[in-house]
Write a protein that binds this ligand. Structure first.
Ligand code: ATR
Length: 284
């Protein structure tokens, strides 16, 4: 039995749930795998990439601040990661390091799994224009969404994102709107999906600019990438309005499941993996 080593690189890395999630999964499945945490500062990436091949590492996850800067160090980058300009999963194959991004597909898989939502022909409103928003935007565009409203506190970031995506997906209507109650209200009646891809929601906060969710159509699904708390103020309000909801833990779980598939060629037992993730979250 060959022991395989996986891990995650980032800074800060102490709060990452991945080591506990994968660790508990490997133990419960009695797999001869290890998952380690590598605290790696900005300037240390080159040295790590050079050395890691000799350590018996089979693959690793990548988080802040290395998701973009790792690209030039890789032998090959999968088309999704290339288009997103960000890698969250690396497979080590002999001497070669191959980069992937499982955030985009992970988000959509979890959304479809939990709510049945399929993007084709639909309209979405995405709040936020950071890395998470970019991955979600990509997943929706790649899967035939019809129209997207993009809104961000720093409007210029949303505009940059819109122009980049219009080049790749010229047929999809992407419109930037200001993050104000008035502008958001204007589009509420048109959307099938509302996504909070900002950091707001942590510790019980809520985007003050967001109009009451009761103004959304009954068909609308409310999705939040924040998973601390598991049920954010936004999701609680959506439930009170009897809207379907989708929490941030799903994206975390499914991006990890896709990484596992890349590393091992096998599908993990999602229920068991989710249990490890929820336990890790409780203990954190
Ligand atoms: P990530 O990679 O997780 O998306 P990020 O790139 O730092 O992280 O993006 C965080 C997102 O949350 C951004 O859209 C940010 O808005 P700005 O671009 O204006 O910074 C948004 N965000 C963070 N705090 C916010 C707040 N208090 N109100 C509104 N948006 C906020």
């Amino acid at each position: 039995m060959t022991v395989k080593i996986f891990g995650i690189i980032g800074d800060p890395i102490q709060h990452s749930l991945s080591p506990e999630m994968f660790g508990s999964y490997f133990r419960k499945k009695k797999l001869p795998y290890l998952y380690l945490r590598f605290h790696l500062r900005k300037g240390e990436l080159g040295r790590f990439v050079k050395k890691c091949r000799g350590w018996g590492l089979a693959g690793f996850n990548v988080t802040i601040p290395h998701k973009e800067t790792i690209l030039p160090f890789l032998s090959q980058v999968d088309p999704t990661a290339r288009r997103l300009g960000a890698v969250n999963t690396v497979l080590i194959k002999g001497d070669r390091l191959i980069g992937y991004n499982t955030d985009a597909a992970g988000y959509l898989e979890s959304l479809t799994d939990e709510t049945g939502f399929r993007p084709r022909g639909k309209t979405a409103l995405i709040l936020g224009a950071g890395g998470a928003s970019r991955a979600i935007l990509y997943a929706l565009c790649q899967n035939g969404i019809k129209r997207i409203f993009l809104s961000n506190r720093t409007r210029s970031r949303a505009t940059v994102l819109m122009h980049q995506f219009k080049k790749i997906f010229p047929r999809i209507e992407i419109e930037v709107i200001s993050l104000t109650a008035q502008q958001l209200s204007r589009v509420f009646s048109k959307i099938d999906l509302l996504i909070n891809a900002t950091a707001v929601g942590l510790k019980g906060t809520r985007l003050t600019q967001l109009p009451p969710l009761k103004r959304l159509p009954r068909r609308a699904i409310v999705s939040d990438i924040v998973y601390r708390p598991l049920e954010t103020t936004l999701l609680k309000e959506a439930k009170r309005c009897r809207l379907q909801t989708h929490g941030g833990i799903g994206m975390l779980l499914h991006q990890a499941a896709l990484a596992y598939r890349i590393w091992t060629g096998k599908n993990p037992d999602l229920r068991l993996m989710k249990k490890g993730l929820l336990d890790a979250l409780k203990e954190s």
